[in-house]
Design a protein around this ligand. Structure first.
Ligand SMILES: [Zn+2]
Length: 243
């Protein structure tokens, strides 16, 4: 199959987004499924140049993930919360994958080494989010451009991801995200009070919050899974009332 990236045309559902054809891993070498194969136009153009260089050097690049719907993102987050997935996934509206600006590559099969592939990606504006070449999320790259880099420095990563998504007119999952965020803030405040912690009350169910939930569950003899389900939440409300 074609080992480069081809821009197929506009995606009518989102602003400034194009459909692409790109080597995927389902199975390896076949085109990435169409529902995932979408990027904002400048990101697609930059990635096409990345492909040209990699192929010119005798390498290859397989993509395992690109565009994700809010539902897919939420599902990934639920899997992480429940421990079915080890790498952290933010909830809906918290991932750059939802704005057509992120890719996950097969970092371990490139023909020319991940280090070289990273150099090429970086040179074309695709930035890595972890410094290492192996380990969780080493495969994740995003296309931020100058203005989103500035936005991130000013407002933080979660706000950047959300604003990027709004920019392409992708509002799916926004209500869920807002109610989830409010719920998580309540949870973080409650855990801080009950356990005397200093969790950042940011509405993001991240690793620290998950750890605190486990601590609460252990202390109150509940199933220790780090998931704040109905039983855990009911117990938290009871403890707060008793206090
Ligand atoms: Zn990713």
């Amino acid at each position: 199959m074609d080992m480069t990236l081809r821009i197929l045309g506009r995606d009518e559902r989102y602003r400034g987004v194009v459909r692409v054809q790109v080597p995927g891993i389902y199975p390896k070498g076949s085109p990435l499924p169409a529902h995932m194969a979408r990027l904002v136009e400048p990101a697609a153009e930059a990635l096409a140049r990345v492909y040209q260089e990699i192929v010119a050097e005798g390498g290859h690049l397989y993509i395992s993930d690109m565009f994700r719907s809010a539902e897919m993102q939420q599902k990934a987050h639920e899997d992480w919360k429940a421990g079915r997935k080890t790498a952290y996934s933010p909830p809906a509206c918290g991932s750059v994958h939802e704005s057509g600006r992120a890719i996950d590559i097969d970092a371990f099969d490139t023909g020319i080494g991940h280090k070289r592939v990273r150099e090429i990606l970086n040179r074309h504006g695709w930035v890595n989010i972890v410094a290492t070449l192996t380990g969780p999320e080493c495969w994740h790259y995003e296309f931020r451009e100058e203005r989103w880099e500035r936005y991130r420095k000013e407002h933080g990563y979660a706000a950047m991801a959300r604003a990027m998504k709004e920019e392409i007119g992708n509002v799916a999952g926004r209500e869920t995200a807002e109610s989830t965020e409010a719920e998580v803030k309540w949870l973080q405040e409650a855990l801080n009070r009950i356990l005397g912690l200093a969790l950042k009350v940011d509405g993001v169910y991240g690793a620290a919050t998950k750890k605190a939930v486990k601590e609460f569950q252990k202390k109150y003899h509940l199933q220790v899974d780090g998931v704040a389900g109905p039983i855990t939440k009911r117990r938290i409300r009871e403890v707060l009332e008793e206090a």
